[in-house]
Structures are given as C-alpha cells and as structure tokens.
Design a protein around this ligand. Structure first.
Ligand SMILES: [Fe+2]
Length: 256
C-alpha cells in the first residue's frame, strides 16, 4: 500500500471551496483561520511523529487525522458564525459524519478508517476514554497534543492583539478570574469550559491542558518553540494568577 497523502489533501481542498462561496468577510476570515490551524496541526503531528520514530503507516494515518480533524469547523462557521460547539454542534461528531458521507477515507483499510474516525471523534473531549487498540490509542493521543500546540499559539498570539470574539468564544476581561479554576489547576485537574467567565479564565483553562499532554516529545516542542510564552506573558500581575504561571513553567521544565 502506498501512502498517498496528496490524494486526501485534494479531497479536503475540493470540499473546502464551497464554504468560501460567500460575500461575508467575517466568514472568509474565520475559514482562513481554521485552514491555517489545520496546516499547522499537520506540521505539528509530522514533527511529533518524527520525534517518536513512528512507522510510515502510522505517520500517514496521523497526517490524515490532522487534515480532517476540524473538517466540520468550516460548515460550523458558515452557518452559525461561531466556533462554540455549545451554540452549534459538536464539531468532532459532525466531522465524523461529514467524512463518512463524502467518502473522504476511501482507499484506506476499514480498520484504519475506524482508528482515524475514533481519533477525530475524541479529539475535543475533555478526556480520552479507555482505548484498547494500541494503534488507535497512539493516534488519538497524537492529535490531541498536536492540536493543543497550535491552539496555545492562537490563544497567545491572536487573543491579545485583536480580541477575536471567535477565538475567545465571546469572553472579555483580563483581570477577573474564577477561583475554582485556579484551585483545579493547582490540583493538576482538568478544567471544564463551563467555569469560564472571562478571557483570563479562558487562558487559564487552556494552560491547564498541560496535564493532558501525552508525550514527553510534546513538552520538548512546547519548550523549544516557547509555545506557552505569549499566554504566560499576557497574564496580569495577580498573586494567584502568577502562582499558576509558576506551576505551569515548573511542570513543563520538569518534563521537557
Ligand atoms: Fe477541533
């Protein structure tokens, strides 16, 4: 079997075109944002796969997962003008549906198609369920790490500069925070979006994702590329918040 990624990229690009058929600059801008995100998640997953010395087959499957993981985001913004799943649909579940309906994975064995779809379905869930198949588990973990690497970059770089409502999901304010979030992060527990009330809360929640990183190699990339620096440097000088900053920095340097 040859691993022809280009064939799948071509299917992706053809599918994408229809959503750009709009006069709305807001829609086009956000479609481009997700297109760029997809490209960078592919780069991240390739880099991680290389660091992990994965086989050619595993690398190919990982790349296809990265390519299609957010396929439903385009339809989501086109119709709902938001990336908030609570206000539209679960973009991972919808993505699986779109991939199946369009036969995007035709040419890949049934077992590997299952692994791809499962990894996409679980990429946005708070935690991964128990997965028995080792290949499936590896891929499901890879996409979660590769995705987070780019979301941290987006949150750090774009949120501050443009106060993008589509990125921050409409939250504002960089000084008030929910103490419950600080407590959970201190306890190394994952935080639910339901607790978010401000931009600062949103940043803290994304910082809490470090406890959900699956590979030491991901920590290596976080450190090498200074992925968290823009978010950490944008935090206000509030003692509780600064203590979270230190917790995060210590945790990363311990594992990188
Ligand atoms: Fe996603």
């Amino acid at each position: 079997m040859s691993y022809n990624f280009e064939k799948y990229l071509c299917r992706f690009n053809i599918y994408l075109k229809q959503w750009y058929n709009t006069d709305s600059e807001l829609v086009k801008k956000n479609l481009r944002l997700k297109e760029g995100h997809t490209e960078r998640v592919i780069e991240n997953i390739v880099e991680l796969s290389n660091l992990l010395h994965l086989s050619e087959r595993q690398k190919f499957l990982a790349e296809v997962i990265a390519l299609f993981h957010d396929i439903a985001r385009f339809k989501q913004f086109y119709y709902y003008k938001t990336f908030d799943d609570k206000k539209s649909f679960d973009h991972a579940e919808e993505g699986v549906k779109i991939i199946k309906e369009n036969g995007f994975l035709n040419g890949i064995s049934v077992d590997d198609q299952y692994r791809i779809l499962s990894s996409i379905k679980y990429h946005n869930k708070k935690t991964l369920p128990i997965i028995k198949d080792d290949n499936e588990k590896l891929l499901a973990r890879l996409i979660r790490d590769a995705d987070k690497l780019d979301i941290w970059r987006i949150v750090g770089d774009e949120l501050e500069k443009k106060d993008e409502p589509s990125i921050s999901l409409g939250y504002t304010g960089n000084s008030k925070f929910n103490p419950e979030i600080v407590k959970l992060i201190k306890n190394e527990e994952s935080v639910d979006y339901k607790l978010v009330r401000s931009t600062l809360d949103f940043k803290l929640v994304t910082l809490g994702w470090i406890y959900d990183i699956n590979f030491r190699e991901t920590f290596f990339l976080i450190r090498k590329n200074k992925v968290l620096d823009p978010i950490l440097n944008s935090l206000p000088e509030i003692p509780e918040v600064l203590s979270i900053k230190k917790t995060v920095e210590d945790y990363v340097s311990k594992l990188a």
